[in-house]
Design a protein around this ligand. Sequence first.
Ligand code: GTP
Ligand code: MG
Length: 347
Amino acid sequence: MVVKDNLRTPIVCVMGHVDHGKTSLLDMIRGSSVVSGEAGAITQHIGATEVPISAIVDKCGNPGLLDKFMVPGLLFIDTPGHHAFTTLRSRGGALADLAVVIVDINEGFKPQTIESLNILQQHKTPFVVVANKIDKIHGWNPQKGAPFMTSYNKQSEHVRGSLDTKFYEVVGELYKNGFSSDRYDRVNDFQHNIGVIPISAITGEGIPDLLMVLLGLAQRFLESNLHYNAEGPGVGTVLEVKEERGLGTTLDLILYDGVLKKGDTIVVGCLGEPIQTKVRAILKPRALSEINVEDKFKQVSKVTAAVGVKISAPHLDGALSGGSVRVATAETLDAVVEEVRNEVEDV
Ligand code: GTP
Ligand code: MG
């Protein structure tokens, strides 16, 4: 087994139609309650949460897995499902190494379900589909936190029949959109055949199965990205530009490659000439905390991709959400400025 150091944490984006349960799914994985703090339970920002491998394995209920996987954890990105936020979904999709497309099994496919699939197809991002809210199927007998098959086998024949019907409607919709898929336990190669996992974000049923499939995909991702240079210059995308009391203008960003250190010179995309500044502080949310609601950031001197952090630096006014942040040295500065200038034209 390869040593676990210096491996890039895979970025997993959760996408889908409004209210289909993206934030609830992350709440279940984190053991948090972010949804209840959202106005009208509508997500309006891209979020990011680091979930360590130990927390994932814990939810799978099989500690022996810790030796099997070399992934250090997963960085989950939450996206809004409301139709107004296509830009944020595209940004999340562009950052993702892997994705989870969530669909309410009782409502079926909706416009933003299809939009999410299109974004992922455009970026060639591997993904799984979760058919959520199985606990709302009439007559469902909930089995808290159970693997899907355990729960399925405890349902009456009639309820199993209802689930199967709704489930195969999801498979049929995927087919109509150009994807061959099947129930995840019948899929051998998740990169060619989409695995569909029935879950409930509220009762936790099917969550162990989802996490196992994600770990398998993440492992594949890492194996094909071992060339990743953990000591290379940091590269990230700005999620949000925020005014913070005592810090002035700050950036919430996802560092998706390399290293970012306090004191580094960074080049930040903006509508005019890119900003050149020095990192004054790096503030990291706690593990399992959503960066959007975190209030106990920890100051750190160095972070390695992939990670969501808040940074403070002088002259950040005018920084562009969705723009790049790149670390530069005296030798690379001119080239990096040019690169960031070109990237802004694509935002
Ligand atoms: P946006 O971020 O606005 O796109 O919504 P979302 O996809 O994050 O949905 P959210 O997690 O906010 O859930 C919407 C509503 O559905 C909330 O009231 C949740 O409690 C409820 N919900 C989510 N998942 C489930 C589930 O598995 N079962 C049941 N019964 N309710 C669920
Ligand atoms: Mg949400």
